[in-house]
Structure formats: C-alpha cells, structure tokens
Design a protein around this ligand. Structure first.
Ligand code: BGC
Length: 529
C-alpha cells in the first residue's frame, strides 16, 4: 500500500465516522468489509474485446453479420478489431494483476472454438489461445471465471436451423460445452454456462436490437418474428441446454478442480411506481417475469407461478424428466445488476411508453402486463448514465440481493456484473471518471449491507475491465476501468482503475479526488498517482 494512501485513508476514515454519512452513498467501504476469500474481479466478453474475427480459423458469428448491416449499430462501428484483446491478452492480464484482481470473468468465443458447430472439427489454435489465458491468469493468482455463451455463436447455426429458436441448439450447445469442459476443465473452477438468457431473448426476439433481430408489433416492426412467443421458446431452449451441460459437467468434469457452475441473470431491481397494492403487485410481477423467469426453473424445476398464472399455452411446459434435470442445476446464482426501474400495473390501466427508458409492449402477457421505466412524472429514479435504462440507484443492489436471497433460500450468489456507463460525449476528459468511482463505492456499500444482513454473496465483478464494443450501441457508452485509445489501442487507466487497485489493497478512500490517473511525461505512460 502506498504511504500517501495510508495517510489519506486514515484521515478520511476519521472524517467519515465524524460526519456519519448523511447519505448512505458516501459510506467508507473497504476491502476488509468483505471476507478475505471474497472474489473481486472484472469482466469482459469475447465478442466485445477480442477482435481478430477473421484470424486463426474463426468463423463468422451472428454479430459479425448483424453489425455489417447498415443502421444496426448506433455509431456504425463493428468489433472486427474491438480492443484487440486477442493479441494483447498478456498486457490485459498484467493490468489485472497490477490492480490486484483475484478473478477475471471472460467468455470463450463459440465461433473460434467450433467454427462449424458440432459438424466440424475443434479449432486447436483457439483452444491454445484460451489455455494461454487461463494459464497466465493462474500464474498471477487470478481465478479464470469462464462464460460459455455470451451472445455470440457461429452464424452457420442460425442459417442452418434458426439458432436458439430450435431445440437443435441445445445439442449444439452441449457439444460446445463438452469441448470447453474437456480442454479447460482442469484449469477453470468457475463457469457461467449462459449469460443473461432473459436479456438476450428480449433484445434478440422481442425488440430486435440484437441478432437475429426478430420482432412483431407493438414491440417493433420486423420482417419476421413473434415478440409475444419467441422469447419464451428461446429461454426454454437455453434453460434445457444449460441443464444438460450442468449434468454433463457434474458427472464427468466437476471433480477435476471441484468446479461450480451457474448462469448469469440480468437482474434489474423493480420498485412500485404507485404507492398502492397494484403498484406493489406490478413490481413483484416485473421481478418474476424478468429475474425469476430463468432462476425458478434452475432452482425449483419450473417457471414462476406468477408467469404460469398469466401466460397461456405459449409458455412451454417441461416434462417430468426435464424438471428433474433442471432442479438444482446451478451451484450459485450469477447476478448482473446495474440499476433499478419503476414498475407500473398495466392490467387495469393504460400504459403509454414515450420515453427512452421504457419499452413498448407493457400491456402484453410477455411483459406480465407491467410497464417498466426509469422516470416518474418526469423525474428520474436515479442519476442517468450512458445507457437509457441504467439509472444509478445504489440501494437497488441491496434490494435485489435480498430478493434473490429470500426467493432462493439464500443460495450462494456472485455479482457477475456491475458497472457504470459514462455517456460517450462526456468522455473528452475520459480518465477523470469520478462518477464511476462513486457508483462502485456506493453499490459495494449496499452489497456489504446485504451481506451483513446474512446474504451469502461470494464475489463481485466490475463490468468492465476495459472500454469495449457495447453491442448495438457500438463504442458510445463506456464502462471500462481502462480507456482504450482507439488509434493506438493503448490501455489507459482511468481514475476508477486506480481507485479499484487502492480499494483492493485495502486502502479505502472516500474522496476519490485523492486518486488520479496522470500522464507521466518521463516514462510516456499514464499511471495512478
Ligand atoms: C451484458 C454485457 C453488456 C453490459 C452493459 C450486460 O447485460 O452482459 O455484455 O456490455 O450488460 O450493457
């Protein structure tokens, strides 16, 4: 720990205990507020950082095809180079090491490992690439925390049989998972089988923001699709794909390193927009239709009763055998949490969506007849960020953890993503990202509070290690601890990177202005001072 850090932190601890935080957001959160073996990491995904899309035998993926079509990506960009992590992974691991991370969450590109799916051979160059990553992480004492499906797959699977809309995708996925468990199972202890089935199905099959961009009115105007039904089918196939992979893993691979696996669920917190019974019921429904939709089957073996009571036959059934396969098929719960939204009942009232933080179709069964959005009478629920639906509401972290704890009998949780998007146009002064520091400090404070109240949470990942390709938003919103200088692709630590490093060395600074990322002229690099 640096001397300046020790002095500053002691002074600030005193100051803060004197002020006794009028606002919970300013509590002095410290590394030592969490258990010593708590995982602190950062996350990325293959497609968002790797680039090298046409190198070493990788095939074209759903996102390569989608981003190539004009108008699909907000800034007209693509991820053909992205952060060039494919060639710079050693430098990136060095960065993680310098911050003191104990885990790194990344994903394995399906199109790289199995360019032709199960009809073709395993790409051994790709296997070597990911083994290089896991090996180098382990030598630095960083746990590899691997996601198998993070929104990207070979386009061929889409063209041949319609991707996740078809049950065939379950077998394709199972093969991909088996290959990954075979080649990486000796080095990887933590697995996320599928990232955010709920968000993926919504974005790709309800709102058409992600490939294959299918939808129907009132959600959007697409050439084909059915927004009321297809997201349900896609999640159904994903859940069964997960359950099959989990069974395989537990039978044949788990014992190698006593590994654990889960999915990561996109978990907004929802609070009532109106202070009445209907408002409360709407918030409960929003949680069930978004969060419990994927978690209930994996813990209890079936969709939430809240969904069964609203949906008709469009909500698929599981056979008795499938329910058995699904039940208890996760070892922990992966929570991706960014913000909180209001929820409003649309069963009995008219819901109009005319602001950017809500989505169309709130009066449909697929949305649980619930409107969700970030504003009430024009007033935002929390500070706005670079993503229309992500508002800064630190207390939501405690609330969502509490919800999951209560619903799933305090099953172990890991916060697999949490991050702050600065708006692209505010990034002129890109390294002085003090709002990001405040965001993480306050969300961590509420996480610690949930843990003090008994929640079994065992890890926390910042999204993201580096600024990256933010899907349909291109390179606009920036989540990284490190800025990527696009012309040179140099990694430049923002103040938040310096803060995270200091926090992890148990040097907790309330006043972020004490930590700066500064240009060092002599060495021609940007450093934390
Ligand atoms: C996804 C990430 C994405 C992040 C910010 C999550 O839903 O897993 O891939 O970059 O949100 O939008």
């Amino acid at each position: 720990m640096r001397l300046s850090c020790i002095i500053a932190s002691n002074f600030l601890i005193l100051l803060v205990s004197m002020l006794k935080s009028s606002s919970q957001e300013q509590v002095n959160i410290k590394r030592s507020d969490f258990p010593p073996d708590f995982l602190f990491g950062a996350a990325t995904s293959a497609y968002q950082v790797e680039g090298a899309v046409l190198e070493d035998g990788r095939s074209l993926s759903n996102w390569d095809i989608f981003s190539h079509i004009e108008g699909n990506i907000a800034d007209g960009s693509n991820a053909y180079i992205a952060d060039d992590h494919y060639h710079r992974y050693l430098e990136d691991i060095e960065i993680m090491h310098s911050l003191g991370l104990t885990a790194y969450r990344f994903s394995i590109s399906w199109s790289r490992i199995l360019p032709r799916g199960r009809d073709g051979p395993v790409n051994k160059v790709a296997v070597q690439f990911y083994r290089n990553i896991t090996y180098n992480l382990l030598t630095k004492g960083i746990h590899p925390f691997v996601t198998l499906f993070h929104f990207e797959y070979p386009q061929e699977l889409e063209d041949r049989f319609g991707g996740w809309l078809s049950p065939l995708m379950q077998e394709e996925y199972l093969h991909f998972a088996e290959i990954c468990f075979t080649y990486f199972g000796d080095q990887v202890k933590y697995w996320i089988t599928i990232n955010e089935p709920n968000l993926f199905s919504e974005m790709a099959y309800e709102r058409a923001n992600y490939p294959p961009a299918r939808c129907s009115p009132p959600f959007g105007d697409c050439v084909s699709g059915n927004s009321d039904v297809e997201p349900l089918i896609v999640v159904h196939n994903m859940l069964l794909a997960h359950a099959k992979a989990a069974k395989l893993y537990r039978e044949r691979f788990k014992s190698k390193v006593d590994g654990v696996l889960s999915i990561a669920v996109c978990a907004f917190m929802y609070v009532p927009m109106t202070d009445d019974e209907k408002g409360k019921a709407a918030a409960d429904r929003a949680l069930a239709f978004n969060v419990a939709w994927t978690l209930d089957p994996l813990v209890f073996g079936d969709y939430p009763p809240e969904m069964r009571s609203i949906h008709g036959p469009e909500l698929p059934n599981f056979s008795a055998e499938e329910r058995e396969l699904l039940r208890d098929s996760i070892d922990f719960i992966g929570i991706n949490h960014y913000g909180t939204l209001y929820a409003k009942d649309c069963t009995h009232s008219v819901c109009v969506c005319n602001i950017s933080s809500c989505v169309q179709g709130s009066d449909r069964a697929i949305r649980g007849f619930t409107y969700t959005g970030g504003e009430r009478d024009g007033v935002p629920i929390g500070e706005r960020t670079g993503m229309a639906r992500f508002f800064v509401v630190p207390r939501g972290m405690e609330q969502i953890v509490q919800y999951v704890k209560d619903r799933y009998n305090n099953k172990t949780m890991i916060i697999t993503e949490n991050g702050y998007a600065s708006p692209g146009n505010e990034e002129n002064d890109f390294v002085h990202d003090d709002k990001r520091i405040q965001y993480h400090q306050s969300y961590l404070a509420y996480l610690a509070q949930a843990m003090r109240k008994g929640a079994d949470v065992q890890g926390y990942f910042v999204w993201s290690l580096i600024d990256n390709f933010e899907w349909a938003s291109g390179y606009g919103p920036k989540f990284g601890l490190y800025h990527i200088d696009r012309p040179t692709l140099n990694r430049i630590p923002k103040n938040s990177a310096c803060w995270y490093g200091d926090f992890l060395s148990n040097c907790s600074l309330v006043d972020a202005s004490n930590i700066q990322s500064q240009y060092n002229e002599k060495e021609n690099i940007v450093m934390c001072v």
